[in-house]
Design a protein around this ligand. Structure first.
Ligand code: GTP
Ligand code: MG
Length: 194
């Protein structure tokens, strides 16, 4: 799949500001620092999203309009250790209102750091998405950092921890090397076509 235009439309700290208009949405969710913004940039082929080695960079729901037809949504990361309780509660409210928002179709791409594996928060988030009944694809990020054995072990662990039914529900990706990007595009286009 080739995209023609990717435009950053806005960073929303409040639900009233959300841009959802009923067209399909592909939302990136995952722990802070897992690589959401980097993967989004790699997908669209430009540095639209701000990335950082400091966790907690993206604290708003960021909307990117793709080809004037659908949205890529960069959700704020969860599990930011230094966040205050108030900040965590604000985060939870923002995420809940994002998912409560009207959208005809939504795909959640849940990112899990391959080197870290699925943490209790990843498991909790996975159960939350399951409960919403939203379509979900899990991707293991930063696989460029692992050797073959480590990867297989990481995959097994993630599949088991998140209770995935098949290995096919988990994709290995690297925003750095570009591995898995083509397959991720394929899954996204299947979703958009479906
Ligand atoms: P928040 O906005 O804080 O939620 O983080 P994020 O999930 O958007 O992470 P971000 O994309 O900003 O990346 C976090 C760090 O991981 C940065 O230092 C990136 O350079 C690094 N990183 C992201 N993707 C990869 C990858 O595929 N491989 C490697 N080796 N590093 C990566
Ligand atoms: Mg980010």
């Amino acid at each position: 799949m080739k995209i023609q235009t990717a435009v950053f439309v806005g960073a929303c700290g409040k639900p009233e500001e959300f841009f959802g208009d009923g067209t399909p949405e592909v939302a990136f969710a995952g722990r802070s620092n897992v690589g959401k913004s980097s993967l989004l940039n790699r997908l669209v082929g430009s540095s639209l999203a701000r990335t950082s080695s400091t966790p907690g960079r993206t604290q708003t729901v960021n909307w990117y309009r793709i080809d004037g037809r659908w949205w890529l949504v960069d959700l704020p990361g969860y599990g930011y250790a230094k966040a205050s309780r108030t900040a965590r509660e604000a985060w939870a409210r923002l995420i809940a209102s994002y998912f409560a928002g009207a959208s005809s179709r939504r795909l959640v791409v849940q990112l899990v750091d391959a080197r870290v594996g699925a943490t209790p928060l990843d498991i909790e988030a996975g159960a939350y998405f399951d409960g919403l009944g939203v379509a979900r694809l899990v991707v293991a990020t930063k696989v460029d950092r692992l050797k073959r054995n480590g990867r297989a072990r990481a995959r097994d662990g993630i599949v088991r921890a998140l209770n995935l039914e098949t290995e096919a529900e988990l994709l290995d990706v690297s925003a750095t090397s570009g591995e898995g990007i083509r397959e991720l595009w394929k899954r996204i286009s299947d979703f958009l076509a479906g």
